[in-house]
Design a protein around this ligand. Structure first.
Ligand SMILES: [Zn+2]
Length: 326
């Protein structure tokens, strides 16, 4: 029952273009290894067409490190079927005979979906979240919290910072991914290992979904600024920073605003309280409009970012920090 649901749901997922919002279509390639001519050009054409219909959607959900070049081999020693995973498709030469392209597509699709442990799609007040897990040991509590936090935080971030953001987001929990998490287009990749080790660190969702809302595209501004904003937003809008023992580190003179993440975020909290409320939202808008330059700081505050950091370093304790908790 569950399997059937998975396949049907996946069909609708691909059909409705849930992946279409990922920027930058990448190239996919299939090599059909048919040295012994077990099949003919007509079959090859159907296999190729089915591949291009189904595989890009799978690959986008699989993550950008997935294999884009796929080899297809014919096998004769297994029950007539098709098996597929990233980079590799095995087709039984008996099975492929007299099959329509649609039928091949459908079964390729089923074969690829077996690479995922679970799939779900939820809608709430105009926002959609698709969650794919490749981790058989994903704690159901963590899974629930990921979904709950998305619906709790993402609409707020969209309304506050960028109401043109997508309302259709894809979460992928991957065992092969070893960092913490990352956002690209409308997809957020979570490390299964990290979430297992840090089940309370649910505001990773806040930081990462802010990256979707930021949507600056390429070369809009420095990385420290993008990451500083995402952590400042986690600080300000996060749902349970106390629960995850996440906080902004105290200032010391070895720091620089270019350190990024929480160090930059604390500086931003200080700027919001002491220099200009709303500064971070304005910088975020400028970055998205590709209007941000180093001069933006002076134009908005009368001081360069280095001067502002200098001011911060003189009285870094002059900020009241409050953390969210459940
Ligand atoms: Zn980030």
């Amino acid at each position: 029952m569950k399997k059937k649901f998975l396949i049907l749901a996946l069909a609708s997922l691909l059909g409705t273009g849930a992946f279409a919002q990922n920027r930058g279509q990448r190239e996919y390639k299939i090599i059909i290894n048919d040295a012994d001519s077990v099949t003919n050009a007509d079959v090859d054409a159907k296999l190729k067409a089915a591949f291009f219909q189904v595989y890009p959607g799978f690959a986008q959900a699989d993550g950008y490190r997935t294999k884009r070049n796929v080899e297809l081999d014919f096998v004769t020693d297994e029950t007539p079927t098709i098996k597929a995973r990233a980079g590799e498709i095995k087709v039984n030469s008996e099975w492929v005979k007299n099959k329509s392209q649609k039928k091949i597509e459908k079964e390729l699709f089923t074969a690829l979906s077996k690479n995922w442990v679970s799939y779900s799609k939820e809608k709430h007040k105009g926002y959609t979240l698709t969650l794919i897990s490749k981790d058989p040991n994903l704690d159901p509590v963590v899974r629930k919290k990921l979904i709950k936090t998305y619906f709790e935080i993402y609409p707020t971030l969209v309304k506050t910072f960028n109401n043109k953001s997508t309302n259709n987001v894809l979460f992928v929990v991957d065992t092969a991914y070893k960092a913490v998490a990352e956002a690209s287009g409308n997809r957020i990749l979570f490390s299964a290992g990290y979430m297992k080790a840090h089940p309370t660190d649910i505001d990773v969702v806040t930081h990462e979904t802010m990256h979707i809302v930021q949507g600056y595209g390429y070369s809009a501004g420095p990385v420290w600024l993008t990451e500083g904003i995402a952590d400042y937003v986690r600080y300000k809008y996060g749902v349970d920073n106390v629960g995850s023992k996440w906080s902004l580190p105290a200032y010391n003179d070895k720091q620089s605003y270019k350190n990024s993440y929480r160090i930059t975020a604390r500086f931003f909290a200080w700027l919001e309280q002491n220099v200009k409320p709303g500064l971070i939202a304005t910088l975020d808008q400028q970055l998205r409009a590709h209007q941000y330059t180093e001069q933006s700081w002076a134009a908005l505050t009368g001081k360069t970012v280095d001067q502002l950091w200098e001011d911060y370093s003189k009285e870094p304790q002059k900020v009241t920090l409050t953390y969210s908790s459940k």
